[in-house]
Design a protein around this ligand. Structure first.
Ligand SMILES: N[C@@H](CCC(=O)N[C@@H](CS)C(=O)NCC(=O)O)C(=O)O
Length: 216
């Protein structure tokens, strides 16, 4: 039987980071006690000691659970599900096929999602320099593939007829794609999938940013 942590988990995050929102959302869904800390990204705190002892890659999110430190949003979701969910396989897959499909979406989250809609938003929200043409092409390919996948699924979510870690991994940066100038208007199945997640008990949204002009 899963138990809650003795002391609240510490989440190092930024409120407008989709990678961090993924972890925050999952901790909410699991009703876990946690506190947050915000490294000063503008001052480069995440690229200096002592933060680098938490994550040598100098990135958020990171969690501290007692003496255990874990970075990378997908890795954190796996750890939290395995440690604190009464039924980890509901989140991480009930059979080899489900586990593989969920892993596939983790790869998409760290690949096409990060290089597409997340990068487009990084430019608009944080002023990062990006290769706009490549980022928009990656975003279009991802959204078209997701839309087709969801239209061919009999299930309400990406992998099964229940929310899994695959949906958690993909949600934040797809939901906030318009903040990178990427419209979701022509993707009805994606919009429906987002709505399903947002209607989950204990769902919590990432704070919105003013929308820029549509460019895709
Ligand atoms: N693969 C990592 C990526 C995390 C990531 O890119 N975090 C961003 C914030 S959204 C960051 O820390 N960027 C600072 C940097 O890379 O210098 C994950 O899934 O957690």
């Amino acid at each position: 039987m899963a138990t809650f942590p003795d002391t609240p988990i510490t989440l190092y995050h930024h409120p407008k980071s989709g990678h961090c929102h993924k972890v925050l959302l999952f901790m909410h869904l699991l009703a876990l006690p946690f506190t947050t800390r915000e490294p000063d990204l503008m001052a480069g705190e995440h690229k200096l000691a002592p933060f680098l002892t938490l994550n040598g890659f100098g990135q958020i999110p990171v969690i501290e659970d007692g003496s255990l430190i874990i970075s990378d949003s997908n890795a954190i979701v796996v750890y939290l599900a395995e440690t604190y969910s009464p039924e980890p396989s509901l989140w991480l897959g009930r059979n080899p096929a489900e586990k593989a499909f969920i892993q596939r979406w983790f790869s998409v989250a760290a690949g096409e999602l990060a290089k597409g809609p997340a990068a487009a938003r990084l430019e608009c929200v944080f002023g990062a320099e990006i290769n706009v043409e490549a980022v928009l092409a990656t975003s279009a390919a991802l959204l078209n593939t997701m839309e087709k996948h969801l239209s061919q699924q009999s299930s309400t979510y990406l992998v099964a007829n229940r929310l899994t870690a695959a949906d958690i991994a993909m949600y934040s940066y797809i939901a906030h794609a318009p903040e990178g100038g990427i419209s979701l208007a022509s993707y009805p199945h994606i919009q429906n999938w987002l709505g399903n997640i947002e209607r989950e008990d204990r769902f919590i949204a990432m704070p919105a940013t003013v929308l820029p002009a549509v460019r895709l």
